[in-house]
Design a protein around this ligand. Structure first.
Ligand SMILES: Cc1cc2nc3c(=O)[nH]c(=O)nc-3n(C[C@H](O)[C@H](O)[C@H](O)COP(=O)(O)O)c2cc1C
Length: 728
């Protein structure tokens, strides 16, 4: 709901908001430029002295004014010549004619009203309201996505556009909130929604005596130029007229003969508030604030672009759900937990079949679970599993939200997973346990779907139909992922002598010269899905290279009876495969310069070697890796030696299970290095683990006593993104 509002409002108003923000950013530079161009006003100079100095140079003075840019101007008449000049606030010396900048006036009008009068002013006001709502909703979404306010400064997962959108949001939110709130106030004030100041100054009668020199008037002697807004002189020759002094303290009438303040209306709280809001919006009188607001505003076009790209990407990746009614009017809610979107395809099929059977269906992310869903008759949850039994992206907050719900709803839960993983449908199991603990009624027992099986899905559909009292035929046709061709250009073979063949395979896009294809964008740790001939389901491998390396590199262990690994191991240079890339932002080094501890075994070294290769900043990187035999399967041996020499890799600890000294495992090296590792973790190190499940488990056992003395445990490190795994 919130995301829908944020996306649609952002997409609809992007252009208008970009105009307001860019003109605002341009205007924000003005206070800093003014500060450089205008002599500073030093507290302590009296208005009387300034007026006297100015009066000495002109026959008649209309007014002395402090402009919003901080300059002091004088409107004068010398015989037939009338004009406005800038003066030095300290001496009253003339600094030349005052002329407002046409450019600045144009930009101001564009900013305030799109050059379209009152209608434009109203549109600008609506723009300020939209900016406020977008900033607030964006921050709420980011906090939810990262797992709470304390996690707000964690690395943001997702595609580059999404990451930029969130990261800029964190930087610019405070400035944008301030600008939009104050802008909204000023708009409301323009249209009379905020009452005018009620302070009224009483009518006065002047003493009508001979006017005294302006420099001698007592009430002007105690008025400071720093507080001056405007001093209007009495009309020449009219002895009943008075001086009118507007200052930050209020408005006064001053007798031209006696110099006494004959009337005074102090500034009201509303006046002061108006002044404060204007200063906070424009930065006038606070140039550093102005620049900060301007920088925040300048990010808005980048927001518009990255937001639009993320929105288009989401729309393109997910099947369209036709006739998706609002949650409030639905009798059935379908919630989807998906990382790679295939579960969304199943949800679309289920949505269409139930709608055709006469139901009113609302389908959304599992993350969107809300109290309003309890008013629907039933909840159907389709939950995929990613990582090692972990929640997929669109379901990361589900369990927390579920815990906060009280009203029971009948539920049917369908898990999507792959039997080859250790925790088959592990996340759906967690959801099932949480629902059982709440005591919510179950429409059907939980079912697990292996590798997107359309038959198993259809069977579940029959069961659901029976529970609902009508037929339900779920005929789902799995959309094959869009693949591209890759050509093997190089392979290195290891481990044959120790009975564990592993190959490093390097691919590039086929074609040469002008016909050369381009690799899609990817980073080490992302996944490549390979479709083996005759196998409908892709097999995923972690990438050891980045697209900028010019090759797509993977490390593949030959598995007995493994369709895909057998296929890949049989490839010769020049052979083609069909593949697609899937981002895996959860398994990446955090940004920054904190040390990295990379731990892996066997083919798990692939992405770790990629992280080392990508370390151009000389960040401390420590690699722990386990193989079978140094002579047979020391993967990347030469490359790692070079990285050590180039300081891309700080240290390398290897363990070989068939070593001459009886053999050791990577967890043994960790245990032996406990003090060093503890110090690195104390310095904020991030740990990235890649390899088989057993190795990963042994590593957690070895690391636990390392981190405990620091008052940490692996769950804490995991929740803050400092312990991440890619386990298979
Ligand atoms: C990186 C990765 C990790 C996975 N981990 C598991 C797992 O731990 N348990 C499981 O049953 N399935 C696992 N799977 C399989 C997915 O759950 C399965 O392919 C599912 O259909 C994906 O649905 P989605 O495309 O909607 O995300 C994993 C898939 C990938 C790509």
């Amino acid at each position: 709901m919130l995301r829908r509002f944020h996306s649609l409002t952002g997409v609809a108003l992007a252009l208008g908001l970009a105009v307001i923000a860019l003109t605002g950013a341009a205007l924000s530079v003005q206070p800093a430029l003014d500060r450089l161009a205008t002599p500073a006003i030093v507290r302590g100079a009296s208005v009387a002295a300034l007026a006297e100095a100015v009066a000495a140079r002109h026959q008649s003075i209309d007014s002395i004014r402090k402009r919003p840019d901080g300059s002091i101007t004088v409107a004068f008449a010398d015989g037939d010549i009338a004009g406005v000049e800038r003066v030095d606030p300290a001496t009253g010396m003339g600094l030349g004619d005052y002329r407002a900048s046409e450019v600045s006036r144009f930009i101001t009008n564009l900013h305030r009203s799109f050059l379209a009068g009152d209608a434009g002013r109203a549109a600008a006001g609506i723009g300020a309201l939209a900016m406020l709502a977008l900033t607030a909703s964006g921050m709420v979404m980011l906090v939810r996505r990262l797992g709470g306010p304390r996690a707000l400064f964690r690395p943001i997962p997702g595609a580059p556009a999404q990451r930029w959108h969130g990261a800029l949001g964190r930087l610019a939110a405070a400035g944008l909130l301030l600008s939009s709130l104050t802008g909204l106030w000023m708009s409301a004030s323009t249209f009379g929604f905020i009452p005018e100041s009620e302070a009224a100054i009483p009518d006065v009668v002047a003493s009508a005596g001979p006017p005294a020199p302006v420099g001698t008037l007592a009430a002007l002697k105690v008025a400071d130029v720093a507080d001056l807004r405007e001093l209007t002189f009495p009309a020449p020759g009219d002895s009943t007229d008075v001086y009118r002094l507007r200052s930050s303290a209020g408005e006064a009438r001053i007798d031209a003969a006696t110099g006494a303040a004959v009337a005074f209306a102090p500034a009201t709280t509303l006046d002061r508030l108006q002044d404060l809001v204007r200063m906070l919006h424009t930065g006038r009188g606070a140039w550093a604030l102005g620049l900060w607001l301007g920088l925040s505003a300048a990010t808005v076009p980048v927001f518009a672009a990255t937001g639009f790209l993320s929105w288009r990407r989401r729309r393109a990746a997910r099947p369209r759900i036709a006739r998706n009614v609002s949650a409030r009017s639905a009798d059935t809610i379908i919630l989807v937990g998906s990382e790679g979107n295939s579960t969304w395809g199943f949800a679309a099929t289920l949505h269409a079949a139930l709608t055709a059977a006469g139901h009113h269906i609302h389908t959304g992310d599992m993350n969107d679970l809300a109290p309003v869903h309890a008013s629907a008759g039933r909840l159907l949850i389709l939950a995929a599993t990613c990582g090692d039994g972990a929640a997929p992206a669109s379901a990361k907050n589900f369990l927390v939200r579920l815990a906060a719900l009280n009203d029971p709803v009948p539920v049917a839960l369908l898990g999507f997973g792959d039997r080859n993983f250790g925790r088959f449908c592990g996340f759906a199991d967690d959801v099932s346990a949480a629902i059982a603990a709440k005591g919510w009624p179950q429409i059907l027992p939980m079912k697990r779907i292996d590798r997107c099986s359309a038959q198993e899905f259809a069977q579940w559909g029959h069961g659901l139909g029976a529970a609902l009292g009508h037929d339900l035929a779920l005929e789902h046709v799995c959309e094959p992922p869009k693949t591209f061709a890759l050509e093997l250009v190089e392979r290195e073979d290891y481990g044959v002598a120790v009975g564990a063949p592993v190959a490093i395979l390097r691919f590039r896009a086929p074609g040469t010269g002008a016909k050369a294809g381009r690799l899609p964008s990817f980073e080490p740790g992302d996944l490549v899905g390979v479709l083996p001939p005759g196998g409908p389901m892709p097999r995923f491998y972690s990438l050891a290279s980045a697209a900028r390396d010019g090759v797509l590199e993977i490390c593949v262990r030959l598995r007995e009876g493994g369709l895909c690994s057998t296929f890949l191991h049989a490839l010769a240079p020049g052979d083609l495969i069909q593949a697609f890339v899937r981002e895996n932002p959860a398994f990446r080094p955090n940004r920054g310069s904190a040390p990295l501890i990379l731990i892996g075994a066997g083919a798990g070294i692939g992405p770790l070697a990629g992280f080392v290769r990508a370390n151009q900043a000389g960040r401390p990187v420590h690699l722990y890796w386990g193989g079978r035999s140094a002579a047979s399967d020391f993967l990347y041996e030469r490359e790692l030696a070079q990285h050590l020499a180039e300081k891309r890799l700080t240290s390398l600890r290897t363990a070989f299970s068939r070593g001459p000294d009886g053999g050791a495992y990577v967890q043994d090296r960790i245990a032996a290095d406990a003090p060093r590792l503890r110090e690195l973790i104390r310095q904020g190190a991030q740990i990235l683990v890649c390899g088989g499940r057993d190795m990963a488990q042994a590593v957690t056992h070895a690391l636990d006593p390392v981190v405990r003395p620091l008052g940490l445990d692996l769950a804490i490190l995991k929740s803050s993104g400092r312990y991440v795994e890619d386990v298979y």
